[in-house]
Design a protein around this ligand. Structure first.
Ligand code: NZQ
Ligand code: ZN
Length: 385
C-alpha cells in the first residue's frame, strides 16, 4: 500500500426530511447565495423545502447553472456574490451545480487577473474560498463530499478539473426522496458514474490493499443490485438511498487511499464532453471498457478478481477478465447507457484524432503510471466506434 493522509471534513446529513436541518446547519446571520440548475428543484418541491428551512436568512438566488457548468455562466454568479457581499454558498442540485458552486467559492475572493487560472493551475492558485454547503439531488459525482470540481469553458471547448481542500462542502444534506424525480437517463448516468469512480480506484495496478478492494467490490455489487431497481421503481426509497450512499462513498476517500488510481477513463471522457457535449457518465461507459481491453495484460490479475468476486464467474484468469469486461458493458447497456460512440452519433475516427491532438498539445499521458500515450488514446477511441 502507498503512503497516504486521509481527512474528509464534510458533515453528512442523510435521510428523509433532512432539508429542514438547514436552519440549524447554516451559520446564523449568513448572507446566502442559493445556487441551482435549470429548474428541477422547482418541480420536485426541493426549492420550497429549502426556502422554508431558511426563513429569516438573507438569501439571494442564482439559477441556470447548466449540466457541465460553464465558466461564462459562473462568472455572473461571482459578480452577484461580490455585489451582494455573500458569505455562504448553498448549492442545491446535482454535481454540476455543486461543482459550479465550488468554482464560485474559489473565484469570489480570487485576487489574480484571470479566474480561469483556478482551472489551468488545477487549483494551486486557490488561497481562500467562501464556505459552501449542498443539498444534493442527483447521486453520481461524489461532489457533495469531496474537494473536486470540473468546469467547462464554452469559448475554447475545454473541460478542466481543479481541486482544493478549501472547497470541501462544510455540510451536505442527502435526502434520497429528492431523487425520486430523476428520469431513467439521469438515474442510469448516476449509477455508471459511481461505478466508474469505484473501478478507477480498484481495477488498477496491484495495490496490496485488500480492505480498499473489498470496499470497492461492495459498492459495485450494491450498484448492480439497486441500479435496476431504481430504474423500474423510481420511488423505491431503499434503492434510491443505497445508490445515494454508494455515490458519496465512491469518492469520499476510502476506496482510493494507498492505491494507484487510474483516471484514464475520466481524462479521455472529459474531452468527449468538451468536444461533443456528451453526458459525463455516457463518456465513461464508452471509454472504460476500451481502456480495460487496451490494458488487459497489465490489469489481468485484478480484472479476474473483479470477475470472480463481483460477477461470481468461475474459470481461468484470462477468461474471467474478458468475461468481466463483457458483463460490465452489458450492465451499462442494461442501465440504458450505450457503450459505443456510434450510438451517440459520434464518428470514432474524428473523435480519436481530435483527442489525440489535444493530449499531444498538452503533453498529457493517462493511466496509473502515465503509460497511456496520446497514440494509445487514439487506439482506445477507435476501438469504441
Ligand atoms: O439543472 P436541473 O434542472 O437541476 O436538472 C438536472 C440536469 O438537467 C437534472 N437533475 C438533477 N437533480 C434532479 C434532476 N432532475 C430531476 N430530479 C432531480 N432530483 O439532472 C441533469 C444533470 O445534472 P448534473 O448536475 O449535470 O449531473 P451530475 O450530477 O451527473 O453532474 C455531472 C457533472 O459533474 C462532473 C461532471 O464532469 C459533470 O460536469 N463531475 C464532478 C466530479 C467531482 N466534483 O468530483 C467527479 C465526476 O467524475 C464528474 O467529473
Ligand atoms: Zn465521474
Amino acid at each position: 500500500m502507498l503512503n497516504f493522509e486521509f481527512h474528509n471534513p464534510t458533515h453528512l446529513v442523510f435521510g428523509r426530511q433532512t432539508i429542514q436541518r438547514l436552519k440549524a446547519l447554516v451559520p446564523k446571520g449568513s448572507r446566502i447565495l442559493l445556487t441551482y440548475g435549470g429548474g428541477s428543484i422547482f418541480k420536485n418541491g426541493v426549492h420550497q423545502q429549502v426556502l422554508a428551512a431558511l426563513e429569516g436568512f438573507h438569501l439571494v438566488e442564482f439559477g441556470g447553472i447548466e449540466p457541465n457548468p460553464r465558466f461564462e455562466t459562473l462568472m455572473k454568479a461571482v459578480e452577484l456574490a461580490r455585489a451582494e457581499q455573500i458569505d455562504f454558498l448553498l448549492a442545491v442540485g446535482g454535481g454540476s451545480v455543486l461543482d459550479g458552486t465550488k468554482f464560485i467559492a474559489a473565484a469570489v475572493p480570487f485576487a489574480g487577473k484571470d479566474p480561469w487560472e483556478i482551472l489551468t493551475s488545477t487549483g494551486k492558485v486557490v488561497k481562500s474560498a467562501l464556505p459552501l454547503a449542498s443539498v444534493l439531488t442527483l447521486p453520481a459525482t461524489g461532489s457533495e463530499a469531496n474537494s473536486s470540481s470540473v468546469i467547462s469553458r464554452e469559448s475554447t471547448s475545454e473541460k478542466l478539473h481543479f481541486g482544493s481542500k478549501l472547497v470541501y462542502p462544510v455540510f451536505s444534506i442527502l435526502d434520497p426522496e429528492t431523487t425520486f424525480t430523476l428520469d431513467a437517463r439521469q438515474t442510469g448516468n448516476g449509477v455508471i458514474d459511481t461505478f466508474v469512480h469505484t473501478c478507477e480506484q480498484y481495477v488498477t495496478l496491484h495495490s496490496g490493499a485488500p480492505l480498499q478492494e473489498r470496499f470497492a467490490e461492495s459498492i459495485l455489487s450494491t450498484l448492480i443490485e439497486d441500479g435496476p431497481k431504481a430504474l423500474s421503481h423510481p420511488s423505491d426509497y431503499d434503492s434510491r438511498a443505497n445508490l445515494m450512499w454508494c455515490a458519496t462513498q465512491a469518492l469520499f476517500g476510502l476506496v482510493g487511499p494507498g492505491v494507484p488510481g487510474d483516471w484514464a477513463s475520466h481524462g479521455i471522457g472529459h474531452e468527449l464532453t468538451a468536444f461533443y457535449g456528451l453526458d459525463h457518465a455516457r463518456t465513461l461507459a464508452v471509454v472504460m471498457p476500451g481502456v480495460w481491453r487496451h490494458q488487459f495484460n497489465r490489469k489481468l490479475e485484478v480484472l479476474a478478481q473483479y470477475g470472480s468476486r463481483v460477477w461470481f464467474l468461475d474459470g481461468e484468469d484470462r477468461w474471467l477478465a474478458s468475461q468481466a469486461i463483457d458483463r460490465t458493458e452489458a450492465f451499462f447497456e442494461s442501465m440504458g447507457v450505450p457503450t459505443r460512440l456510434s450510438a451517440y452519433g459520434i464518428d470514432a475516427k474524428e473523435a480519436a484524432t481530435k483527442i489525440r491532438s489535444r493530449f499531444e498539445e498538452r503533453h498529457a499521458r493517462q493511466g496509473e503510471d502515465g503509460l497511456i500515450t496520446p497514440v494509445d488514446v487514439e487506439k482506445i477511441l477507435l476501438s469504441r466506434a
